[in-house]
Design a protein around this ligand. Sequence first.
Ligand SMILES: NC(=O)C1=CN([C@@H]2O[C@H](COP(=O)(O)OP(=O)(O)OC[C@H]3O[C@@H](n4cnc5c(N)ncnc54)[C@H](OP(=O)(O)O)[C@@H]3O)[C@@H](O)[C@H]2O)C=CC1
Ligand SMILES: N[C@@H](C=O)C(=O)O
Length: 273
Amino acid sequence: MTSKPSKDSALKRRFGPAALITGASDGIGRAFATQLAEHGFDLILVARRGDVLQDMALDLGTRFGADVRVLAMDLSDPSAVPDLLSVTESAPVGLVVAAAGFGSIGPFLDQDMASEINMVDLNCRSVVELSYGFGQRMSASKRGGIVLFSSLVGFNGAPLSATYAATKGFVQSFAEGIAAEMRPHGVSVLSVAPGPVGTGFAARAGMQMGQAATPEMVAHASLGALGRKTTVRPGFLAKFLGWSLAMLPRWGRVRVMGIIMKGMTGKEVTVRK
Ligand SMILES: NC(=O)C1=CN([C@@H]2O[C@H](COP(=O)(O)OP(=O)(O)OC[C@H]3O[C@@H](n4cnc5c(N)ncnc54)[C@H](OP(=O)(O)O)[C@@H]3O)[C@@H](O)[C@H]2O)C=CC1
Ligand SMILES: N[C@@H](C=O)C(=O)O
């Protein structure tokens, strides 16, 4: 049985004792959960697959001595975040990582509208509700951190992933706004904007992604940026494309994004100025 680290890390001293992670059962959220347990955090893990979360709780408890609580819920359900806020009212959560999310790819008019709206509910609405609920608690105690997930595709329109990219653009803009508002209250907000990351995301979205970063690298880079930056672009591709695209006019950025997304599907797209 591995006990907790003998000395709390600086991260735990600043944002602990507990972290709540949504999307914790897989991918980037799972990587955050492991790394935060390694830092000595207790955890509240949120996703739909409660069985997977229970296995994680056992594993992280055994390996790092973390006290892990599991909340199995569908965050796209309008009642989910109010319920989550209610059952965590007395939990000492100093850090929220809102990783739950999914994407889609292909012509907008070919998409299933119910699924696109579900994506907006999960990627946007639940993020606003979580940030509001925990932002209030953290501001009251003058400390805390909120990690949100934008994307390389969140900085302008992306043909063939129009709704998903727009949800990421929403998160990017929202994170920048609340970061400025909450900083004076001792609360750090970070937007994580990676390029492709090798997780279950691609399979669910129907994307073929090359040159993918690892979720572990994304989590590590993000935890290093928390409290220091408002936006972090983990990985070479995210940085390279981010800065090179910034030099183009907006219509040019949209055109390049269309080419990138076409590469992820192989579908043709015509982008006009
Ligand atoms: N992978 C990538 O290339 C990139 C990802 N991102 C962003 O990073 C974040 C994490 O993505 P990633 O880890 O790659 O994706 P994964 O698909 O690997 O993991 C998504 C996580 O979200 C959970 N989840 C999905 N739907 C719901 C729901 N309705 N309610 C609660 N939990 C849900 C899943 O758990 P369960 O199924 O058990 O509910 C899973 O734990 C997302 O916001 C994504 O937009 C940004 C840029 C690039
Ligand atoms: N994988 C996608 C997530 O945002 C992307 O990089 O386009």
